[in-house]
Design a protein. Structure first.
Length: 290
C-alpha cells in the first residue's frame, strides 16, 4: 500500500503522523483489529497489503489507525479495514484517514461495508446506503448434500479466464488480480452446464477458520450447490459466509448451523458498477474486498 495522497511529514496535535501503509505496520494493524475483536490474522492483513493501498496513523511509532482501499480497474474500488484505536477515538482521526483514502482512490467509485458506528462518517463524505450484508458463521452441522460432480467440480487453472468474466459480469468490476491472489491460497469450485462455467466459489483460510466467498451464481440454488461443494471437505471447521440481505440463502445457512451474527451497511460513493448478469454475487470475499 504505497500510493500517497498526503503531505510527507504531515503532523497534527499529539505528534500523530499519517504515513503510507507498509509491511512494518502489519503487527500494529493486527493489534488494532484484535482490540476491536475483529478476527483478522496477520496473514489476512498481509494479503490486504499485497492487493491494496492505504494509510496508517502513528503516535510515537505506535499504529493508532488504519484505512485501506483496493482498486478494481480504473473505475471502481472497495475500502475497508478502517480502524481507530479506542483511546484515540473522538479526535477526528477517522475523518483524517478517510480523507486521505478518498484523495488517493478517487475519481473511482468507492464501495465499503460500514458498521453502525461508521455510517455518519461516510455519509458526510457523500456515501449513500445501497444494501445490507449479513455475516453468518459457525460450525456446520448434519450431513450436507454434495452436488453431483457433473454440476460442481474443483476449479482448474484453465477456468480462470471464464471465472474472471463471470465475476465482472456479476459485480461490474475488474477484480482479476484479487481473484488470482485468493486462489493462490484457497480452493476454487466451478458450477457448469453443458461444459460451460456458470458460477464459482472460493474457500480459503481467513479469520477464525475458513471463509467461503466470493460466490457468484445465477440463482440461489446454484449458489447453495457451490457452497455445499466448498463445505464438504472442511468437516467440523469454523466457517464464515457474508451474504447480501437479498441472497435468499439466510434460512438455509441458519438451518445448517451458520447463524447470522452481525450485519453491515453497504455504501457507495459515485456511480454503482453495473451488473450485466445473469450471474450475480451471492457471497463476498470479505466485507473489505466486497
Amino acid at each position: 500500500m504505497t500510493r500517497a495522497a498526503y503531505q510527507p511529514g504531515d503532523h497534527v496535535e499529539e505528534n500523530v503522523v499519517l504515513v503510507p501503509f507498509a509491511r512494518a505496520h502489519l503487527e500494529g494493524a493486527l493489534e488494532l483489529s484484535q482490540e476491536m475483536s475483529w478476527p483478522y490474522r496477520l496473514e489476512d492483513w498481509d494479503v490486504a497489503l499485497q492487493l491494496g493501498h492505504g494509510f496508517v496513523l502513528q503516535r510515537a511509532g505506535v499504529v493508532i489507525g488504519t484505512a485501506a482501499w483496493w482498486p478494481y480497474g480504473e473505475a471502481h474500488a472497495s475500502a475497508g479495514m478502517i480502524i481507530v484505536a479506542k483511546a484515540a477515538q473522538g479526535r477526528g482521526y477517522g475523518a483524517r484517514l478517510m480523507d486521505a483514502l478518498l484523495a488517493s482512490a478517487r475519481p473511482r467509485t468507492v464501495m465499503l461495508n460500514s458498521t453502525a458506528e461508521g455510517i455518519m462518517l461516510y455519509r458526510r463524505r457523500g456515501f449513500v446506503p445501497v444494501g445490507t450484508i449479513h455475516q453468518h458463521h459457525g460450525i456446520p452441522r448434519g450431513r450436507l448434500e454434495i452436488p453431483p460432480s457433473d454440476l460442481v467440480r474443483p476449479m482448474a487453472v484453465s477456468d480462470f479466464e471464464a471465472i474472471t468474466r463471470l465475476d465482472q459480469e456479476a459485480t461490474g468490476s475488474e477484480r482479476r488480480r484479487m481473484l488470482d491472489r485468493l486462489l493462490q491460497s484457497g480452493d476454487g469450485y466451478v458450477l457448469q452446464r453443458d461444459g460451460t462455467p456458470r458460477g464459482y466459489a472460493i474457500c480459503r483460510l481467513f479469520g477464525r477458520g475458513h471463509v467461503i466467498g466470493p460466490v457468484v451464481a445465477e440463482s440461489p440454488a446454484d449458489a447453495r450447490a457451490l457452497i455445499e461443494a466448498a463445505l464438504a471437505p472442511l468437516g467440523r471447521a469454523f466457517v464464515r459466509i457474508d451474504t447480501s440481505a437479498t441472497s435468499q440463502l439466510e434460512e438455509w445457512l441458519e438451518g445448517i448451523g451458520l447463524q447470522q451474527v452481525s450485519d453491515a451497511t453497504t455504501m457507495i460513493l459515485g456511480t454503482p458498477a453495473p451488473s450485466t448478469g445473469p450471474a450475480r454475487l451471492f457471497a463476498l470475499a470479505n466485507q473489505s474486498f466486497g
